[in-house]
Write a protein of this length. Sequence first.
Length: 454
Amino acid sequence: MTANPIAETVASLMPRAKAELAELVAFESVADPAVAPRSECEAAANWVADALRAEGFQDVALLDTPDGSQSVYGLLPGPEGAPTVLLYAHYDVQPKLDEAAWVSPPFELTERDGRWYGRGAADCKGGFIMHLLALRALKANGGVPVSVKVIVEGSEEQGTGGLERYAEAHPDLLAADTIVIGDAGNFRVGLPTVTATLRGMTMVRVTIDTLAGNLHSGQFGGAAPDALAALIRVLDSLRAEDGSTVIEGLDGDTTWEGLQYPDADFRKDAKVLDGVDLIGNGTVADRIWARPAVTVIGIDCSPVAGAAPSVPASARAQISLRVPPGQDAAEATKLLFAHIEKHTPWNARVSIEQVGQGQPFLADVHSPAYTAMADAMRVAYPGQEMQAAGMGGSIPLCNTLAELYPSAEILLIGLSEPDARIHAVNESVSPEELERLSVAEAHFLVNYARSRRA
């Protein structure tokens, strides 16, 4: 990394950053009381609030949002007439999943092979630490040249829209000239990347009922309608033979123009088993950034252990549908409902509940803020030019902010590069990426302030 005072300061702060990230990772802050106690999220929110107060932020508050979660807000005033930049991260995390599959405890930050492992290390507790590092480096080198608002969400992973609804009800709170969302990631380690697009999402639960109760499969099987078999048929109808998502009325043939994702690289990043085919058609970039994608993320049925020889009377599944830019998530939800109802066999009773939704996002990568970020990335990543890529995941807040503040520029950066394995077991963060992106963010704030004075 090119020697400069900001970079030197960030490097000196990395041991502190590791210690703080370890404290934050230790909270099992899953925003679902069925998975983790609410007290874990409350403790994480208070930790974030205390960290902002320690950095001199004013008006620090825990915002009670409509979905029952808490977001943390703070304001750091800048020089008179300076622009305002909103920095975003979230402290809630995905569940630990199969704890036995973690090499080290999921809520204990552990260094291994040059990376720091722990749930939320990259997504997105590390994003909050990135913001702190950038601000501390600026304060140590002449001061922060912009006014900074920080918002740290408490239920992003649930997709329940608490912060979106709060922002809509309090439109002045998060108003800013530009917004940095610290919840994306480089295309790969060492390649500075901004995320130009996000797929939206809709999350639904499907319940199929066929009988008043389970029946002996020997006595009734063959004529009694099997609810689990009916559900399997519904789920299978959502994909073509090659694995492409097929929902009547939903366009599945759009293409991605720009940075491509070679098949071999994707197989390695996704850890696809030898001999197993990728699904879908078109380029990998088409499939993960430009097209809808359905995933069955959970099924409730009789477990294999202790299974009784009976015909299931009821079965339930949770389905995630990712929606690319150019398509409306609400309309996609209607089409998904209609598809499920149409493909439910045997006149089985089907009920569908929507549990989350967010619109896709498309950024303007040619705006002044992106120019300022590109210049900052050149400093943090010598010899590399900033790239623009898509991201298959969703950050519903982006569209809410774009609608509330149409003149604001929105940039997406972060620590969730492929090796981070976010949402999977053994999530980790690269400390080198944390350091470089903190340097980049600090230089961006300097560049952006200068560009607004010009």
